[in-house]
Design a protein around this ligand. Structure first.
Ligand code: SAH
Length: 281
């Protein structure tokens, strides 16, 4: 573990109250989007106290360095070429570990309440008489907005933001009309494989074909990739990043704002000469 990480863990332990984690209970924790440093201090502290950790594939590997050596680790994510764990099996595992009297941490990518099934697990446990609590995490929409510079709201451009699942939506015009509001940003989770359907759904309700789209792949990680498109050609662009990692789709005029900023920042990098005369008047 690096020196600074060590310091964080020690700092966290010092902050810990006695009842951070309780034996026989489950803490459902958001690991944040991308890397360790996008995790909250509370989440890092709780992970370092776990006696049993149940985690999925969106949890970055550096976060596991916080876990104590005695902690049982249970990976329940998707592994290449292997079937993913069923939700019923994960629920049963959490219950089993809690009933063994362990301090159980269920660690999920992003935030447990945003397409994270945190509440499903909590309800299942509560029905068995097992208590659970939540620790918030930075969800992918917020993590990707900051690491790409694409704002989700922007004065005069986007007054609201909608987080949408890219799986199992209906293709009725009512659904798409409801989503396509003026001055609003759409953020699709789990939508890369559905880019054709998303494009078709939006075009069918007269979305502007040029409405900007950004695919943010591996947001917050060193291999983050941004692919720009528009509503009309987004399906083609999606095929280029088919197997490249978790991807968020941001649709709205805010993407152009992020692009403009990225271009200006690239120019400054290429020609780092601040315009002193403007600042000095
Ligand atoms: N609970 C998570 C979301 C789980 S759904 C959260 O709050 O972020 C999984 C989807 O989240 C992925 O298919 C992808 O669309 C998005 N996602 C998660 N991590 C991401 C990342 N680092 N970069 C881009 N998208 C990400």
């Amino acid at each position: 573990m690096s020196h600074s990480l060590n310091k964080l863990v020690n700092f966290n332990r010092a902050l810990a109250s006695n009842n951070d984690l309780i034996s026989g209970e489950v803490e459902i924790v958001g690991a944040g989007c991308g890397q360790l440093d996008l995790m909250t201090i509370k989440a890092a502290r709780i992970v370092s106290q776990a006696e049993a950790l149940v985690y999925d594939s969106l949890v970055s590997s550096d976060i596991l360095s916080l876990v104590s050596v005695d902690c049982q680790r249970h990976f329940v994510g998707k592994r290449c070429g292997q079937p993913s764990y069923k939700q019923d099996d994960i629920n049963a595992l959490l219950a089993k570990l809690a009933l063994q009297g362990l301090k159980v941490v269920r660690l999920k990518g992003g935030d447990p309440h945003i397409f994270g099934r945190g509440a499903e697990e909590s309800l299942y446990l509560a029905k068995l008489g097992i208590t659970s609590r939540f620790t918030a995490g930075i969800t992918a929409a917020l993590g990707c907005a900051s690491t790409t510079g694409i704002p989700l709201t922007y004065r005069g451009t986007a007054r609201s933001v909608t987080l949408v699942t890219g799986t199992k939506f209906d293709q009725s015009p009512t659904h798409w009309k409801g989503l396509l509001e003026a001055e609003s940003t759409l953020v699709f989770y789990m939508g890369k494989e559905q880019a054709t359907a998303i494009s078709a759904g939006l075009m069918a309700v007269n979305a502007d074909a040029k409405l900007p789209v950004a695919f943010v792949t591996n947001g917050g990680r060193p291999n983050q990739l941004i692919t720009y498109a528009n509503v009309c050609n987004m399906a083609e662009q999606a095929t280029l990043i088919k197997d490249s990692g978790p991807t968020l789709i941001i649709i709205g005029e805010v993407v152009a704002v992020g692009q403009e900023l990225a271009t200006l920042l690239a120019d400054i990098k290429a020609n780092p000469q601040p315009m002193a005369e403007v600042v000095n008047g």
